[in-house]
Design a protein around this ligand. Structure first.
Ligand code: COA
Length: 167
């Protein structure tokens, strides 16, 4: 059974190593460290098998406004599953649990830049964020999900990704 828990400080080294492995690079590990340093992490979940961390997902605070109205939003990024544990449902479990928890904490919307064949199955769509100005605007990979109905609906909007994602 997939065991999903809040990331503990002593699991951080494994989380960073897992992200380096899954993404074959340093970028996501650097983002995780920067988001943590800047106190922007809302939720960090891991899947464990015994002591081993096999999957990870992170949600962080994100500035979004639609028609001049602030939206209580989070970014979903990064998420990763150990290469030899992929395609077993770990990633889907992490997303579903993560969405439940950020909803329970009162967040209204989630934005992601990710696989267009994967996130729509959880309700994400490019359509939901087409009017939101940001460096990814217009890309099919830039998708949003309303946790509370109509919170992203409007004529125009903007989203400001923190420095952690751009430096
Ligand atoms: C994407 C990822 C987190 C999915 O985790 P997972 O545990 O393998 O996912 P699940 O087993 O729940 O779901 C598997 C589904 O995801 C799909 N999927 C996996 N990687 C994908 C990709 N790069 N593009 C599109 N779909 C992908 C699989 O095709 C599979 O689809 P199916 O159910 O129709 O067969 C994992 O593959 C991973 O860590 N990839 C490398 C890092 C990465 O790309 N992270 C996400 C950045 S947006």
């Amino acid at each position: 059974m997939t065991h999903v828990v809040l990331e503990k400080p002593e699991q951080r080294a494994q989380v960073l190593a897992l992200n380096r492995l899954a993404f074959d690079g340093e970028e996501e590990a650097r983002i995780i460290e920067a988001l943590t340093r800047d106190d922007l992490v809302v939720l960090s979940l891991v899947v464990t098998e015994g002591e081993k961390v096999t999957g990870h997902i992170l949600f962080s605070r994100l500035e979004v406004e639609v028609d001049g109205r602030p939206v209580k939003a989070v970014a979903l990024a990064p998420m990763a599953v150990l290469p030899d544990h992929q395609n077993k449902g770990i990633g889907s479990t992490l997303i579903r649990r993560g969405l439940d928890l950020v909803t329970a904490r009162g967040f209204e919307a989630v934005l992601v830049v990710g696989h267009t064949a994967f996130y729509p199955r959880f309700g994400f769509s490019a359509e939901a964020v087409r009017h939101i100005a940001c460096p990814f605007q217009g890309h099919e990979a830039f998708m949003g999900l309303e946790l509370k109905p109509d919170t992203l609906a409007g004529e125009s909007g903007a989203c400001r990704y923190p420095a952690a994602f751009t430096l």
